[in-house]
Ligand binder design. Structure first.
Ligand code: UGA
Length: 460
């Protein structure tokens, strides 16, 4: 069998799975996307991506047309079709708790395993608490035994995904590294069956990635635990960088100084680097916040609570940035009740329509709850935000949002907002007051145009 003859399924077709499926088709594989949600599957099969991700709709439609990409809700079909099954379902934060909810991962693996009666490699891509892969490996055998599935050879690998929303296609096709975890990192192990399975899994994944994707890309082959931990360690590090610079914002707000210049100066040290040192209203989204909370929760379970306690501080610093914006806004309008506030951006970051744990939406909702009349405009995020918090005025343009505003808050740095000049807003607003919660505008320009301009990390 040539490498390209390996048939691939991708289970879970959210932004991770849909991107992975379309990118594997782009690399030349025959791919079957699987999801339990018929609405999602019908939409994808019709070439309509149910979320915003630049470049992905084009890839989806291209490979629906080439016939290399198909979609189904049927696990029996998936089990019969695939040589390699990627699991890309969500692992959200458990309601009211900090730990990750593994219901969807367990369900996906169980549903697949009960139909597996032929050789198959299952590859986890979802972000999971350390220890999950080893538990799932046992579960797969149990489920197959319960259903009398004795045919074929099964292996499990963990291959975490590091893509960013808004750059998902590019990150998938040209990753910084590939990490593959198996039951053992050693080639010989006291348990030969585990070692054999690991070798076989690695060999198949090398063949899957023996495409332009892996050319020159570091491939790290290790055990399950390291692979699971690399993923959460990467997100914890990124969150730490952001909260680190935001902690210094708290300092400069009190003693004076300019956080952007501080970050630039720090970033010139190649050991530190300038990326992820943009101070502002903090991080959000479906990954960084829940991953640092999940990691702390898992550390507590395994007896490493002290080692990971700093993550609680990272989370607290992050959430205090939202308090800071609410505090500044309250101070600037004097009386929140009845004040007209324009919030520019509700997505957790630009080039995304995702509002999960969005700092911008949280600030908008809190101002509304305190009595303000809040108008919101986001180039992509309005619909998702309206589902989560319907009571704000969602409008279709920057002009509508800022009409008659007593205060404007730039909360997500879409390029449309980064290009704002005082003359764009001055004739429209009631009061010339602006909070730049992402530190992307030039304070001098706005102050010279007669605006009361506040940013984060610079003394008010
Ligand atoms: C993040 C990681 O960057 C990916 O590598 C990872 O694969 C992904 O989580 C995941 O686990 O699936 P993502 O959540 O798409 O990706 O977004 P980021 O670009 O990391 O931004 C996260 C948040 O940090 C955003 O709210 C952004 O506005 C904020 N941020 C980022 C800052 O406040 N300052 C910065 O300097 C950078």
């Amino acid at each position: 069998m040539t490498n390209m003859e390996l048939r691939i399924t991708v289970i879970g077709t959210g932004y991770l799975g849909a991107t992975h499926a379309a990118c594997m088709a782009e690399l030349g594989f025959e791919v079957l996307g699987v999801d339990v949600d018929p609405a999602k599957i019908n939409s994808l099969a019709a070439g309509i991506l149910p979320f915003h991700e630049p470049g992905l709709p084009e890839l989806l439609r291209k490979h629906l047309a080439t016939g290399r990409l198909r979609f189904t809700t049927d696990y029996a079909e998936a089990a019969a079709f695939g040589d390699v099954h990627f699991i890309g379902v969500g692992t959200p934060q458990r309601a009211g708790q900090h730990s990750a909810d593994l219901t969807y991962v367990d369900a996906a693996v169980t549903s697949l395993a009960q139909h597996l009666d032929r050789d198959a490699l299952i590859v986890g891509k979802s972000t999971v608490p350390v220890g999950t892969a080893r538990r799932l490996r046992g579960m797969i055998d149990d489920v197959r035994a319960q259903h009398g599935r004795t045919g074929g050879r099964i292996a499990l690998a963990w291959n975490p995904e590091f893509l960013r929303e808004g750059r998902a296609v590019e990150d998938t096709l040209t990753p910084d590294r590939l990490v593959v975890g198996t039951g053992t990192a050693a080639t010989a192990s006291p348990d030969d069956q585990v070692a054999d399975e690991a070798l076989w899994a690695r060999e198949i994944l090398r063949r899957v990635y023996a495409t332009p994707l892996a050319t020159g890309t570091p491939l790290i082959e290790t055990d399950f635990e390291t692979a699971e931990l690399v993923k959460v360690a990467a997100n914890a590090f990124l969150a730490t960088k952001i909260s680190f610079i935001n902690a210094f914002s708290e300092m400069t707000e009190l003693v004076g100084g300019d956080i952007r210049i501080l970050a630039d100066a720090l970033g010139h040290d190649a050991r530190i680097g300038r990326q992820f040192l943009n101070a502002g209203v903090g991080f959000g989204g479906g990954c960084l916040p829940k991953d640092i909370r999940g990691l702390q929760a898992r550390a507590n379970e395994v007896g490493a609570a002290s080692a990971m306690r700093f993550l609680t501080e990272i989370d607290d610093i992050n959430l205090r940035r939202r308090d800071r914006v609410v505090h500044l806004a309250t101070h600037m309008v004097e009386e929140l009740k009845g004040a007209r506030i324009a919030v520019l951006g509700v997505a957790f970051k630009p080039e995304s329509d995702d509002v999960r744990d969005s700092p911008a939406l949280d600030v908008a909702a809190r101002l509304y709850n305190a009595g303000a009349d809040v108008s919101v405009y986001d180039p992509q995020g309005n619909a998702n935000a309206a589902r989560r918090f319907p009571r704000l005025h969602y409008v279709d343009s920057l002009a509508e949002a800022t009409a008659g505003a007593d205060l404007t808050i730039l909360a997500t740095e879409w390029s449309e907002f980064k290009a704002l000049r005082p003359s764009d807003l001055s004739p429209r607003v009631r009061k010339h007051q602006l909070i730049d919660a992402r530190n992307v505008l030039d304070p001098t320009e706005w102050a010279e145009a007669g605006w009361r301009f506040e940013a984060l990390g610079r003394k008010a």
